[in-house]
Design a protein around this ligand. Structure first.
Ligand code: ADE
Ligand code: ZN
Length: 324
C-alpha cells in the first residue's frame, strides 16, 4: 500500500507545532534570535517529557513574530501535508502568539495566514486555541478574538496546553463566547491526564470533539458515554507513543475505542516534534493493527462528518473517500 497516496483528512494539527525545524532555524538566523537548547545535534527539536515539550515549543514560537512569518509557516506546513495526501486540514493556532491580544493585529495575522491557505490545493480551516496553562483570562482574550473573526476560515475554537493546569470549568466563559459566535468546539483532554479530565471537559465546555481523549479507555462508563453522545476523538497515535503514554501502536487503545463504537479520527498533532507524519501514522496502523484502505476511508469519512466546515465543503470532501 502506498500510504502517502491515500487521501486524508487531518483535524488535529498545531500550526506552530508542525513548523519544520529548518524553517524555525532559518527564521531565527534571519532575525538574529538565539535558539540555544531548542535543537539537538541532528537538528531535531529537543524535549524529554510533556512539560519540556511545551517549553521547547514556546521557545521555537519566539521567532514567529510577524504576519508574514505566519503566512510563510502556513505555506510550509501545507506543502508538507500535500506530500502525505492530506486534502482537508484543520489547523490549531494560538492567538497568544499573534499580536498579543490586539484585534487589529490579530486580523493582520489572520489575513496573512488565510492568503497562504487559500493559495494551497489543500482545503483549510483554522481553529484558534487558547493555551490552558496561560490561564482563563488569556483564554477569554483568545475566545473574544476568535468570536470577532468567526466566519471565513475561522470555524472553530479549542484549547491545548498543560491539561493539569486549572480546571476545565475555568474556561467555560471562553467556550461559551466561542459557541455563541457559531464556532465548533474542541479541547485537549485525556491525553496526559486520566478519564476525569475528559468528563469535566465534556460537562463544562460542551465540546463536540476531544483532542486525544485516549485515556478514556481507563473508564468503561466514559467509553460508553462518548459512543452514546457521538463525541469525536481526535486521536494522534504517534504523538501519544512519542510522549510515552502508550508503548507502541499495538498497545494503543485506538482499536478498542473504535470497536466500542467511539467515533474517532487520526492526526499527527505536532509532526516534527514527534517524528511522525500522516503517511507514517497510516503505516503504523496498518503494520500493528492490519488497518486497510477501507478502514482509512471510514476514518476519513468520520473526520469529515466531524469537521468544522460548511455542508457543501463536507460533501465535496466526502466524495473523495471510498464508500461515501
Ligand atoms: N500543544 C501542542 N501540542 C500539544 C499537545 N500534544 N498537548 C497539549 N497541548 C499541545
Ligand atoms: Zn494537540
Amino acid at each position: 500500500m502506498n500510504f502517502s497516496e491515500i487521501p486524508k483528512t487531518e483535524l488535529h494539527l498545531h500550526l506552530e507545532g508542525a513548523a519544520p525545524p529548518d524553517f524555525i532555524r532559518r527564521l531565527a538566523a534571519e532575525k538574529g534570535v538565539g535558539m540555544d537548547g531548542v535543537f539537538d545535534a541532528d537538528g531535531a527539536y529537543v524535549w524529554s517529557d510533556f512539560v519540556e515539550f511545551l517549553r521547547t515549543y514556546e521557545r521555537a514560537c519566539e521567532v514567529l513574530k510577524t504576519p508574514e512569518d505566519f503566512g510563510r509557516l502556513v505555506s510550509a506546513v501545507l506543502k508538507e501535508q500535500m506530500v502525505h495526501g492530506v486534502i482537508y486540514t484543520e489547523m490549531f493556532l494560538a492567538p497568544d502568539f499573534c499580536g498579543g491580544g490586539d484585534l487589529v493585529a490579530w486580523k493582520e495575522y489572520l489575513a496573512a495566514m488565510s492568503e497562504a491557505a487559500e493559495a494551497s490545493a489543500v482545503e483549510v480551516r483554522f481553529i484558534p486555541t487558547c493555551v490552558r496553562h496561560f490561564g482563563p483570562e488569556q483564554a477569554r482574550v483568545s475566545a473574544r478574538l476568535s468570536a470577532e473573526t468567526a466566519g471565513g476560515l475561522v470555524t472553530g475554537f479549542g484549547m491545548g496546553g498543560d491539561e493539569s493546569a486549572h480546571s476545565a470549568a475555568d474556561f467555560a466563559y471562553a467556550f461559551d463566547m466561542a459557541r455563541e459566535a457559531g464556532l465548533g468546539l474542541t479541547s485537549h483532554a485525556g491525553e496526559v491526564e486520566g478519564p476525569s479530565s475528559v468528563v469535566e471537559t465534556m460537562d463544562a465546555l460542551k465540546v463536540s470533539r476531544i483532542g486525544h481523549g485516549v485515556r478514556s479507555i481507563e473508564d468503561p462508563a466514559l467509553v460508553r458515554r462518548l459512543a452514546d453522545e457521538g463525541v469525536v476523538l481526535e486521536v494522534c497515535p504517534g504523538s501519544n507513543i512519542a510522549l510515552g503514554i502508550f508503548t507502541d501502536y499495538k498497545a494503543h487503545p485506538i482499536a478498542a475505542l473504535r470497536d466500542a463504537g467511539v467515533l474517532l479520527t487520526v492526526s499527527t498533532d505536532d509532526p516534527p516534534y514527534f517524528h511522525t507524519d500522516m503517511s507514517a501514522e497510516y503505516r503504523g496502523l496498518h503494520a500493528a493493527l492490519g488497518w486497510k484502505r477501507d478502514d482509512f476511508d471510514a476514518i476519513n469519512r468520520a473526520a469529515m462528518n466531524a469537521a468544522f466546515c460548511d455542508e457543501d465543503t463536507k460533501a465535496r470532501m466526502l466524495a473523495r473517500f471510498n464508500g461515501a
